[in-house]
Design a protein around this ligand. Sequence first.
Ligand code: FES
Length: 154
Amino acid sequence: MDPRETQTGEGVSRRTLLLAGTGTALGGVVLTACGNHDGPADTSASASSGGGRDASGSRTLTKVADIPVGGAVSATGSDGGPVIVSQPSAGKVVAFSAICTHMGCTVAPARNILKCPCHGSTYNLATGKNTGGPAPRPLARIPVKVEGGDVVET
Ligand code: FES
């Protein structure tokens, strides 16, 4: 045994305990980081809402009825990327890439704004414009239309 190691009362070396503790701490960090990306999005309308393709290849992102007026929901775009679909006023629907323009974390609805959980950037949910934090640019706009109550990516 390495003379620098000490034994605990149960025969486990101090080094073993320290390594085990480090592994646990790293695991916690990894889980926390994953949680941030999937995170605190509005779960009332999940990314799984909508998602079907019609005969023309358009993708339904969500239903208008599932988007709160003055709010937004998370969805999945035709490329599989995260999307925000907002309804700033009744019947008016806009969509943006949910990829933060700072370092690429996933932006989520937060009441009447869009917010990045990583470094706190905020965006206007009607325009996608960056309104606070380190994000250097607005969110990328995604063209959508409403068809039969569905929000469809065009
Ligand atoms: S990645 Fe969004 S604020 Fe930094």
